[in-house]
Design a protein around this ligand. Structure first.
Ligand SMILES: C[S@@+](CC[C@H](N)C(=O)[O-])C[C@H]1O[C@@H](n2cnc3c(N)ncnc32)[C@H](O)[C@@H]1O
Length: 387
């Protein structure tokens, strides 16, 4: 925090940009910046003023991409160490209730917790930091270190989110503190889940699916046949097994994820089937009479830009059309969507359209306390149950 980049430089916002800050949005889009911003380097802290030179807040400048400034703080006083500590304490306080249920949680959820582009997941005594822009790399490391102290963690790993990872087979994480734990088992209610720290997607596991795992594990699915599509390391399949499911078909395109799933997330192995396949090829080849009582559909985001939304919606249509004939008479579908580019209302509308003739919307599984939603684009995960 000693570098010049943390001495906020004055930057006068244009009207739309000032509006974004005043209304509490954490991003100022590059298209709303004046050419004067061109002198700043990535990661430069800015004092954001309006046309009358009133200080509106403080932000971090980014040189590339749609986001030009990530807003860190509103109001006249600059962010200092004490303010940062207080904000982190507030974020951790929101998560207190989770501790009785799990020892793995998202300690910091980026913009939604007021720390733009910085995510920290905790698995027992290991923190996994992810920074979503080079502009917040150094600040993120500082935040990670502060959290290590606050939470008494042993290790801190800095993992690069998939979209920032190199194309070559290279190590996509760095050790910042303590030993690299490798494989680590954590607790989630009745479930014991395993994560390979530094490997795989997100911070290694989908902590945001905890609410769905909890809901599934609490069902009475005795004797039911479950199809778990886009299963990754099979944590939802394990929850289905705990709910009593007799047969669980887990499908994913990644053989590595399935290998891991087989070893880590099946207690009664004879109940599970593992299918390494592209679901768009596999589904049409599924024999006509094959029926499932529960179908879980958790596809990848498929959209990093709004322009990709129609393609994602077409993919949904293809999947659900293909699935309906394989649903047993009293069957249910758990439909997941993990992109904020498809807003909640739109996803519900699409699902009603594809499933409405056979099923009724039953409920939504809301995000848990460690995945707060602080702004519209932060509302990415939708989990709907249709019966
Ligand atoms: C959102 S993750 C699923 C997380 C998972 N439900 C869990 O419980 O952890 C999406 C998964 O879809 C898989 N995937 C992506 N495209 C696929 C495709 N065309 N066919 C099969 N699997 C695919 C990825 O390998 C990834 O594991």
């Amino acid at each position: 925090m000693k570098s010049r980049r943390y001495v906020p430089q004055r930057y006068q916002l244009k009207k739309e940009a000032a509006h974004a800050v005043l209304t509490g949005h954490p991003w100022v889009f590059r298209s709303h910046l004046s050419t004067a911003a061109g002198v700043f380097r990535s990661g430069q802290w800015l004092k954001l003023v309006d046309h009358a030179n009133e200080i509106l807040g403080y932000g971090i400048y980014e040189t590339e991409g749609l986001i030009g400034i990530r807003v860190l703080k509103r109001g006249k006083n600059p962010p200092d160490r004490a303010w940062i500590k207080t904000q982190l304490e507030k974020a951790l306080a929101k998560r207190t209730n989770l501790k009785t249920y799990t020892d793995a949680f998202r300690a910091l959820h980026g913009e939604n917790d007021g720390f733009p582009g910085i995510v920290v997941d905790v698995y027992r005594d290991t923190g996994v930091l992810q920074t979503y822009s080079d502009a917040v790399d150094t600040f993120g490391r500082y935040i990670g270190e502060v959290l290590v102290e606050m939470l008494g963690l042993k290790s801190l790993i800095w993992k690069f989110p998939v979209k920032r990872q190199g194309k070559k087979k290279e190590v996509n994480f760095r050790r910042l503190r303590g030993p690299i734990p490798g494989s680590l088992t954590f607790r989630e209610g009745k479930l014991r889940l395993t994560v390979n720290i530094g490997e795989g997607q997100k911070s290694g596991a989908f902590l945001d699916l905890r609410g769905l795992r909890k809901w599934i594990a609490a069902q009475s699915w005795n004797g039911l046949k479950v199809l778990n599509l886009f299963c990754y390391t099979g944590t939802l399949g394990l929850a289905a097994e705990v709910a009593g499911a007799a047969e669980i078909w887990n499908v994913d395109v990644s053989p590595g994820a399935l290998e891991f799933a087989k070893k880590a997330h099946a207690l009664k192995r004879d109940r599970h089937r593992w299918i390494a396949a592209d679901i768009f090829d596999w589904l049409p080849s599924l024999p006509k009479g094959e029926k499932f009582d529960v179908i879980i559909v958790d596809p990848p985001s498929m959209t990093s830009q709004v322009a990709q939304v129609p393609r994602a919606l077409n993919a949904y249509r293809e999947i659900y059309r293909g699935l309906i004939p394989h649903l047993s008479t009293k069957g249910m579908i758990l439909a997941c969507c993990c992109t904020s580019r498809i807003p909640r209302k739109r996803f519900r509308m699409e699902m009603d359209k594809h499933l409405g003739q056979r099923l009724k919307y039953s409920r939504t599984i809301e995000p848990e306390d460690d995945h707060p939603v602080g702004f519209p684009e932060g509302d990415y995960l939708k989990l709907l149950v249709y019966r």
